[in-house]
Design a binder for this molecule. Structure first.
Ligand SMILES: Nc1ncnc2c1ncn2[C@@H]1O[C@H](COP(=O)(O)OP(=O)(O)OP(=O)(O)O)[C@@H](O)[C@H]1O
Ligand SMILES: [Mg+2]
Length: 282
């Protein structure tokens, strides 16, 4: 995977065009071949710089292409330098869905805030689907709730017909992988192309995780030590629904529609707007 590279000069220049010069960089994350910095400058505005390197280089390059095809107004620039690809976007000021559930998980009176966040996430996914796109890697931290609306991030594997994921795509985070997708990956169907229904599975699984603080599947109950299994072996267990859902039910009213999604076969899942409406009616 190679050493994390310096921020490419062109990426810094794109951030400085938006934030003023010089920008100050604060590292946010760095794993699996991509790193994110927050850039702040004298203008008071901030930007996110994402750099893909090693195996992550083509992945971040693809994400830049997705943002361009989506016409995302927060895209400030993207490119590929010698050893790294990069994207500069406006800094999205707002907490993730997972964070908005934190007061609820902490036992405080956070249900209203959590429900608003859940509906906002469903509607953001619904809008993406309405535009003909799938996210393919929905996670509790992959939506930021800003004053201007909910923005989906980490769109490296988003796709629409005609712009399929590459063979490097492994189905998104395994804990939120729809069983039918796990099965198709294991039989070697490529490119792996998640459906809106698989996105809805990951959406419901993300919200379940926001509620309980744990991934939805109880591997331990099924005697599965996921650290002892290869990704293909774990996917086989997921494809066969070998692991039950975790027994934690701190919020049964919200977990019921999520549970229905997580247990339903692909064709019986609600759509993202339907799930949003179900949650909004609670
Ligand atoms: N435009 C942005 N505005 C604000 N924060 C951002 C922005 N882009 C990324 N981040 C922050 O950086 C984190 C990592 O971004 P992202 O998920 O795109 O990268 P990643 O390398 O795929 O990370 P991970 O492996 O954690 O999924 C996000 O969870 C978020 O906290
Ligand atoms: Mg991410």
């Amino acid at each position: 995977m190679g050493q994390q590279p310096a921020v490419p000069a062109a990426a810094r220049a794109a951030a400085e065009a938006a934030c003023g010069s010089p920008v100050e960089l604060t590292e946010i994350t760095d794993r699996r071949g991509s790193a994110v910095w927050k850039a702040t400058g004298p203008s008071g505005r901030a930007a996110a710089i994402k750099v893909g390197y090693g195996d992550g280089l083509p992945v971040t390059a693809r994400e830049g292409e997705v943002l361009r095809l989506l016409g995302r107004p927060d895209l400030l620039g993207a490119g590929t330098a010698a050893e790294a690809s990069w994207i500069v976007t406006r800094w999205l000021d707002g907490p993730s869905t997972y964070k908005l559930f934190a007061p609820y998980r902490g036992g405080e009176d956070g249900q209203e805030q959590a429900l608003t966040a859940a509906v906002g996430l469903c509607r953001a996914v619904a809008d993406l689907h309405a535009a003909g796109w799938m996210h393919s890697d929905l996670q509790p931290a992959h939506a930021l709730h800003t004053p201007a609306g909910v923005q989906l991030i980490d769109l490296a594997w988003a796709w629409r017909p005609g712009f399929e994921p590459t063979d490097a795509f492994g189905g998104g985070i395994v804990h939120l992988l729809a069983p039918e997708l796990a099965a198709s990956i294991n039989v070697g169907i490529t490119p792996v192309t998640p459906s809106p229904a698989a996105d809805v599975y990951a959406l419901a699984g993300s919200l379940w995780t926001c509620v309980t603080g744990r991934w939805p599947l109880d591997y331990q109950a099924a005697g599965i030590d996921r650290h002892q299994l290869s990704p293909a072996q774990l996917r086989a267990r997921i494809a066969n629904r070998a692991a039950p859902l975790s027994p934690a039910r701190p919020w049964p009213e919200l977990q019921k529609p999520l549970l229905d999604v997580l247990l339903a076969p692909r064709d019986n899942r609600p759509t993202a707007p339907e799930l949003g409406d179900l949650i909004a009616s609670l």
